[in-house]
Design a protein around this ligand. Structure first.
Ligand SMILES: C[S@@+](CC[C@H](N)C(=O)[O-])C[C@H]1O[C@@H](n2cnc3c(N)ncnc32)[C@H](O)[C@@H]1O
Length: 206
């Protein structure tokens, strides 16, 4: 998928593309309050920034990403630790071979195409122990310059520092709508917005 090509290419300059918009403090404090114990599954771990945090409370973290370049950065950030396992896999075809106490993903749900939304949440459900919590967060920030296919299209254009363009999926969820969609899939998840484009969701399979 082209989206993965973008993340492979952007891995070494990922931090250069951080967005500077309101709501970050609220988001960081929500992330900080999620301190899962036990065995935790992190999807789309990227450069491992959250993997490091999860390891503060978790017994083990299994962190998955489709981009080997991202995983290389994550491995070097986290260092050798018996409690972490990194896996390269395409999250649109991967399936868990065991269940976890919690599932976590940051800045990922907005990149799941509409036609994969339901199957993605089935993957999450099948990876979670009964009663296990999911925690995710993302943003719905889509600047005008990225809307090369129009404001109704879920596809946006992202550019590397050298100007190379890529198309990626960026679905702009409103927290209440996302919460309802998850309720329709039997998830009891509260999705909370911030004073900016960020939101987070946490809850259990209902
Ligand atoms: C926006 S980044 C988020 C990374 C990290 N969670 C963070 O918050 O910084 C999205 C991540 O999804 C990964 N990704 C994109 N498509 C994927 C796919 N089909 N399967 C697995 N990972 C994928 C990318 O490599 C990238 O690391």
């Amino acid at each position: 998928m082209k989206q993965l090509a973008y993340y492979r290419a952007v891995a070494d300059e990922y931090e250069d593309h951080t967005i500077d918009v309101p709501g970050q403090d609220e988001l960081l404090s929500a992330i900080d309050s999620f301190r899962p114990g036990g065995d935790v599954l992190e999807l789309a771990c990227g450069t491992g920034i959250w993997t490091e945090r999860l390891l503060r409370s978790a017994t083990t973290v299994t962190a998955i990403d489709g981009a080997p370049e991202m995983l290389a950065r994550a491995r070097s950030r986290v260092g050798p630790a018996a409690s972490v396992r990194f896996l390269e896999a395409d999250l649109f075809s991967w399936k868990a071979d065991r269940r976890y106490d919690a599932v976590f993903f940051g800045f990922w749900i907005s990149h799941v195409p509409e036609d994969k939304f339901t199957s993605f949440w089935t993957i999450v459900a099948e990876a979670l122990m009964p009663g296990g919590h999911v925690f995710f967060f993302d943003d719905n920030y889509r600047p005008q310059a990225e809307l090369v296919e129009g404001s109704r299209s879920p596809i946006v254009q992202r550019k590397l520092n050298d100007g190379t363009p890529f198309r990626v999926v960026k679905v702009a969820y409103e927290p209440a709508d996302l919460e309802q969609r998850l309720r329709d899939l039997q998830w009891n998840v509260r999705v909370t917005g911030t004073s900016g484009p960020f939101y987070w969701g946490t809850g259990v399979r209902g």
